[in-house]
Write a protein that binds this ligand. Structure first.
Ligand SMILES: Cc1ncc(COP(=O)(O)O)c(C=O)c1O
Length: 462
């Protein structure tokens, strides 16, 4: 009897030790990072905001639009904002004959990823969140956010950030001019020459001319400038856009002077990542990384301390820093984006772009009237395989001698693109955006298919 009792005590003791070990593991390993979830903290003031956010997000808009908390209200209810070509109170009707609008670079193609990851990407902002102009360390940039940006670059392997300075801007747009300002000569009797290689993103010219400084002036195309000027003692600031907008080319400097590397599209969904970019001044944007163009956030990675201080000073004089609400949101998004070493987000984005390119290439392969840029495979270190690039834009050429205004030819086929002259190239070229919503892409493909089949049936629109 006492033997049985002893066995029983021994067994209970063992069970008790096992349970204690399991509890300790859970406490120090599982819950040891003090990660809080809804079960560990009683929610109070955030529940109303959360309910409002979930309510507005639940308004379906037939999948062809969205309702927003800051959108218009009709009879006390938020109304649907319909995507292009969809109309009606719930965006259910496709407007007949509506033109496919492939003009803007709005990166809505990423929206489904964030909807699939709704719980991990929502942010709650208290009414008293960071009301100060500055953080506790007297800076205007979040150290935690900076950490995640560096982490993102090291995961992707697209830029060297060790030993480099970071500056945040209101979108990369603000940093482009901050960089021109920082690289131009202040004491020279003549202004620095700002250049880019045709075809180039129009903002470079527009901003440089708009800010109309004594220290810099826009001089246009690098190649023409080089053939007309001596390369000695040249005071140039060259924009190098890699991959390029509009044609997706990986570019390098033509003039070999001071450079601003605009890496807006240097992410694995647009181009194979062949190695980390290691230039003195590189600019990136959240817009084409996670798709949050509306958040208006970009960053510069800078080697030289003086240049860094000038860029920082520009941002400080222009804005006293970047919105703290924006920085909180970007932090939340990047925390999600770096999960799984970036594989989920970049696989989602790459698959979407690859699918669009495959379908687009198949349409253009049936045409002799229109062509698109050639794509060449490269080894992508991030995905560890050789892949074709899948640029954000198709750079379409009208091949027929007489069709020198390609924008007009496409317009007649009910397609809106961005004409070549906006990129200082010929109007024989048109840029078509491939990063808009799925609805936009489907309509674009449908209109292009119609245009190409007309070409093959001998009936034409122009
Ligand atoms: C090459 C390039 N650089 C910069 C930008 C501006 O991006 P952001 O939204 O960060 O201002 C764009 C936007 O389309 C772009 O194409």
């Amino acid at each position: 009897m006492s033997k049985t009792k002893n066995y029983c005590y021994g067994f209970c003791f063992l069970v008790s030790i096992t349970i204690n070990i399991l509890f300790s593991i859970n406490l120090y390993v599982g819950g040891g990072d003090k990660k809080q979830d809804e079960s560990s903290v009683g929610l109070s003031w955030s529940t109303k905001a959360a309910a409002e956010a979930e309510y507005v997000a639940s308004i379906s808009c037939s999948g062809h639009g969205r309702a927003y908390l800051d959108g218009s209200i009709y009879e006390g209810e938020p109304i649907c904002e319909c995507y292009d070509c969809y109309v009606g109170a719930d965006c259910a009707e496709l407007s007949p004959g509506c033109a496919a609008d492939a003009n803007s670079g709005d990166p809505i193609f990423m929206e489904p990823f964030w909807m699939q990851n709704a719980a991990d990407s929502a942010v709650v902002i208290s009414g008293w969140h960071r009301m100060s102009y500055r953080y506790a360390d007297y800076t205007t940039m979040s150290i935690e956010l900076e950490k995640y940006i560096r982490k993102m670059h090291s995961i992707v392997g697209n830029a060297v950030t060790e030993g480099r300075y970071l500056v945040f801007g209101i979108g990369s747009t603000q940093l482009l001019n901050a960089a021109v300002y920082a690289l131009s000569s202040e004491n020279s009797s003549t202004p620095s020459n700002v250049l880019a290689s045709i075809p180039f993103y129009s903002i470079y010219k527009a901003q440089t001319m708009f800010f109309n400084s004594e220290n810099f002036q826009f001089e246009g195309d690098t190649n023409s400038w080089q053939s007309n000027n001596s390369t000695n003692n040249m005071d140039v600031v060259e924009f190098v856009t890699s991959p390029n907008n509009p044609d997706g080319e990986l570019k390098t400097s033509v003039l070999g002077g001071k450079t601003i590397y605009d890496h807006a599209y240097f992410w694995p969904h647009f181009t194979p990542i062949t190695g980390p970019s290691d230039h003195d001044l590189m600019i990136f944007t959240l817009s084409k990384l996670t798709g949050h163009a509306g958040t208006r956030f970009g960053w510069a990675v800078i080697k030289d301390k003086d240049v860094y201080e000038k860029v920082l000073n520009y941002i400080s004089v222009a804005d006293l820093g970047i919105s703290k609400d924006t920085q909180l949101r970007v932090l939340k998004l990047l925390k999600k984006a770096v999960e799984g070493d970036g594989k989920p987000i970049f696989e989602f984005a790459y698959n979407k772009m690859r699918d669009r390119w495959e379908r687009l290439s198949s349409v253009f392969s049936k045409s002799t009237r229109f062509s698109i840029q050639q794509r060449h495979p490269l080894h992508c270190n991030f995905f560890n395989e050789t892949r074709l690039p899948s640029p954000a834009y198709a750079w379409v050429k009208c091949e027929r001698e007489e069709e020198s205004d390609c924008g007009a030819v496409l317009e007649a086929g009910n397609i809106k693109g961005r004409s070549g002259s906006i990129f200082s190239a010929k109007d024989r070229y048109v840029r078509l955006s491939l990063i808009k919503s799925q609805d936009d892409f489907e309509l674009l493909l449908q209109r292009l298919t119609e245009l190409v089949s007309l070409e093959n049936s001998g009936v034409e629109t122009m």
